[in-house]
Ligand binder design. Structure first.
Ligand code: ADP
Length: 193
């Protein structure tokens, strides 16, 4: 099993690249943001709760997100593995992921981080907001708040995996194809270990 955490700030291109990576490597894609948006669209209890945080650019509470991920893994357990996109986003979530994968005698293979400058990201997100209809991409103050949450709560995860020797950084600037090639090289490198 290969379990890759695709890491990086909002707008780094995790969703776009995940879609291509799952095709190439036959992995299952778990985007916590997509699962929340699906629930918001269908007005489930989880969706109503998640929306109250997402619209402000805040994280959905760990207990809620962790339970959702545990259920998703149970339903989608497979031999090849997963790409985690947008999860974990806090140290508590990282610890939860380790515990859940352990139940399947599996672990995180590597965290691969897409590195992109913040100014470039704000431009990308506002552009995406025009076509995606995502309310959290249409307001610069909410976008800036998501970066603050990322810097305060999410970025420490890089060190959490680096300490385990499981952190690889990849240049997230360039064309979609170039970035995809960079990611494939990183995944091929860690999957041979
Ligand atoms: P982006 O990477 O552009 O921020 P996502 O689709 O990954 O987009 O996430 C959108 C929003 O969903 C986040 O700003 C956050 O409110 C919520 N969310 C997604 N994943 C998590 C998570 N692992 N923990 C808590 N909240 C999350």
């Amino acid at each position: 099993m290969i379990n890759i955490i695709l890491f990086g700030p909002p707008g780094a291109g995790k969703g776009t690249q995940s879609a291509r990576l799952i095709e190439k490597y036959g992995l299952v894609h778990l985007s916590t943001g997509d699962v929340f948006r699906y629930n918001i669209k269908n007005q489930t209890e989880l969706g109503v709760l998640a929306k109250s945080f997402i619209d402000k650019g805040q994280l959905v509470p760990d207990e809620v997100t962790n339970q959702m991920v545990k259920d998703f893994i149970a339903r989608n357990n497979n031999d090849k593995g997963f790409i985690f996109d947008g999860y974990p986003r806090t140290i508590a979530q990282g610890e939860n992921l380790d515990r859940v994968l352990e139940e399947y005698q599996a672990n995180v293979t590597s965290m691969i981080a897409l590195e992109v400058d913040e100014d470039e990201l704000v431009i990308r997100l506002l552009e995406r907001g025009k076509s995606s209809g995502r309310p959290d991409d249409q307001n610069e103050a909410i976008i800036r708040n998501r970066f603050k949450v990322y810097n305060d709560e999410t970025s420490p995860l890089a060190n959490f995996y680096a300490k385990k020797g499981k952190f690889v950084a990849v240049k997230g600037k360039g064309s979609i194809d170039e970035i995809f090639q960079n990611l494939c090289k990183a995944i091929d490198g860690v999957s041979q270990l």
